[in-house]
Design a protein around this ligand. Structure first.
Ligand code: DON
Length: 309
């Protein structure tokens, strides 16, 4: 395999003429203002070497990638009991779809679609005021990234609070099935703040490293989850991390990954590296268009697909 930094440069060169492709998320007004002509990528290997290209140090809204961190927290709080509140199956439908919820009596398909993530947030809130739950999550992500400068973008949180009508519908619908325990506006207040976490590819690659390294961050020595739990979170990311694009992502990239409508993707090469990529233009299912292309090229050039090279 060629040098990793050379591989990243080759990907960047190949992507360059396409920068700006895709459509930024516009259902959250603040995200609609983001310049689509940006691309960054960071690869952090389990032995602590980091390789970056493009806008890898520019902070962006991680949006649904935060669902990986709240899932980790919720499993830490109530363990396998979480699976009474949310399923573990791919949804095959859009990230903000409501149709399955009625068929499945208010139990969302998985923790990564919006409904499932909102139920997970409700779990994380137990015993906390909303602001304390937001504080706990922020501290956790800073601990994972080993970086105290990670922040929450309050303007984006406010923008989504003002326009998150579908999420209010999902949460109210689940509450009617008693699958939301706290007041809906409190749960969504926390959920919108978690989605508004602002991180660069470099920070995100650090925060995801525990998933590539059997549950512990080899750089800090922090033990985050057991190897078994890390393996299971990776399994969920592989099956559900890209919504109704999860099959395509597994086919083309072959790595556990989680996307966000801010244009970021966190991907995990187990035992090898944590990878973060960001390009705001999205494909039709709401995943970063060039981020997916870049990860496909990376997997092809490194042979890192979990299904073999
Ligand atoms: O709840 C929402 O709609 C957004 N805060 C997050 C959605 C998202 O990132 C979906 N990812 N591709």
């Amino acid at each position: 395999m060629a040098d990793l930094q050379d591989i990243l440069y080759s990907i960047y060169r190949e992507i360059q003429p396409r920068i700006g492709e895709g459509k930024v998320a516009d259902y959250i007004p603040e995200l609609a203002k983001v310049d689509p002509r940006q691309f960054g990528m960071a690869v952090l290997t389990v032995d602590g070497k980091i390789y970056c290209v493009g806008d890898a140090d520019v902070a962006f809204s991680i949006q649904s990638i935060s669902k990986v961190f709240t899932l980790t927290l919720a499993l830490g709080k109530i363990g396998e009991g979480l699976w009474k509140r949310v399923g573990r199956e791919p949804s095959g439908s859009a990230f903000n779809s409501i149709v399955q919820l009625e068929h499945e009596a208010g139990i969302p398909r998985n923790p990564f679609i919006n409904a499932g993530a909102i139920a997970v947030t409700d779990v994380v809130m137990a015993g906390h005021e909303p602001r304390e739950a937001i504080g706990e999550l922020l501290r956790f992500v800073r601990y994972l990234a080993d970086d105290e400068s990670v922040t929450i973008d309050q303007t984006i949180a406010r923008s989504e609070t003002a326009t998150g009508f579908r999420n209010f519908a999902l949460a109210n619908f689940m509450k009617s099935y008693r699958n939301i325990q706290h007041p809906v506006d409190h749960v969504l207040g926390v959920y919108f703040h978690q989605c508004a976490l602002s991180m660069s590819c470099e920070q995100l690659a650090h925060a995801g490293l525990f998933l590539a390294a059997r549950g512990s961050n080899p750089l800090t020595g922090h033990s985050v989850v057991s190897p078994k739990r890390a393996r299971r979170i990776n399994a969920l990311m592989l099956m559900c991390g890209h919504y109704d694009g999860s099959g395509d992502f597994a086919y083309n990239v072959g790595l556990p990954g989680k996307s966000g409508v801010g244009g970021g993707i966190l991907a995990v090469a187990p035992g090898i590296a944590s990878i973060a990529v960001w390009s705001p233009g999205l494909n039709k299912v709401g995943n970063s268009l060039l981020g997916s292309v870049a990860l496909e090229l990376l997997a092809a050039r490194t042979g890192w697909s979990i299904f073999g090279d």
